[in-house]
Design a protein around this ligand. Structure first.
Ligand code: AP5
Length: 226
């Protein structure tokens, strides 16, 4: 089963992608995570990507497109994949459609998590990352997933791990820029969403309201993957 998840930055793509991975066992490919791992490892790719990510810009297409298309051809992806964070503009979407056609790779589902911009912004700025598992949901503004206090500091509500913030989450100009790119339906991510919504054939489009609780969003997503 091949799935692309779209949604504004902070809408819960990573959260839902991890849940789908847990249920079906397919690799969850997150371009943002690949870049952050490279930044953490001090690789050449990481050094280049950091310049763009810190400002809220997209990493250039000539780096990102081959990186993803090669990843999808790895053995681990042969039975299915969940792609999160790509494509992010019209050029990436067109390259993806072309690449899939060339490889005879089907696309089963396009999941679009819809969320108003102001809510997405709050989700980003209040997000806290667990040192033990990036996918442990922690958010300082939502009671259901609020971190817990231990020895005077906030720790992960799931495992007690240390919490941190992402550098690109705390710079409000960079957050706004990420959302400008997402909601741009001319050449930005919404243009890419529209390319994939128009693919047709056996590809099913699942539009989900991202505003309710994580569990409710999960129910809507998994309910559509049938
Ligand atoms: P990336 O890592 O993809 O960041 P993003 O798109 O900004 O997405 P996020 O990870 O911030 O949000 P999310 O939708 O996954 O939300 P989450 O589940 O964490 O990309 C980072 C950067 O890398 C980009 O800016 C760009 O520079 C570069 N890049 C990446 N891909 C690229 C590409 N293809 N081309 C070029 N450059 C690229 O949820 C957010 C918070 O809300 C969490 O705290 C979560 O617990 C909470 N939450 C989730 N769902 C709910 C809910 N239903 N109710 C309450 N809280 C919720």
């Amino acid at each position: 089963m091949n799935i692309i998840i779209f949604g504004p930055n902070g809408s819960g793509k990573g959260t839902q992608g991890a849940i789908i991975k847990e249920k079906y066992g397919f690799p969850h490919i997150e371009t943002g995570v690949i870049f952050r791992e490279n930044i953490g490892g001090g690789t050449e790719l990481g050094k280049k990507a950091k310049e763009y990510i810190d400002k809220g810009d997209l990493v250039p297409d000539d780096i990102t497109i081959p990186m993803v298309l090669n990843k999808l051809q790895e053995d681990a992806c042969k039975d299915g994949w969940i792609l999160d964070g790509f494509p992010r503009n019209k050029a990436q979407a067109e390259a993806m459609v072309e690449g899939m056609k060339k490889e005879g790779m089907p696309l089963d589902y396009v999941v679009e998590i819809q969320l108003p911009r102001e809510v997405a912004k709050l989700r980003i700025t209040g997000r806290r990352l667990c040192a033990n598992d990036n996918n442990h949901p922690n958010h300082i503004a939502f009671d259901a997933i609020k971190p817990v206090e231990k020895d005077g500091k906030l720790v992960c509500r799931v495992c007690g791990g240390e919490l941190s913030t992402r550098a690109d989450d705390q710079d409000l100009d960079a957050v706004d820029k990420r959302h400008d790119i997402y909601y741009d339906d001319n050449t930005g991510t919404m243009a890419a969403v529209n390319v994939f919504k128009a693919v047709g054939g056996n590809t099913k489009v699942i539009e989900v309201n991202g505003e309710p609780s994580i569990q409710e969003v999960t129910d809507a997503v998994l309910g559509g993957l049938k």
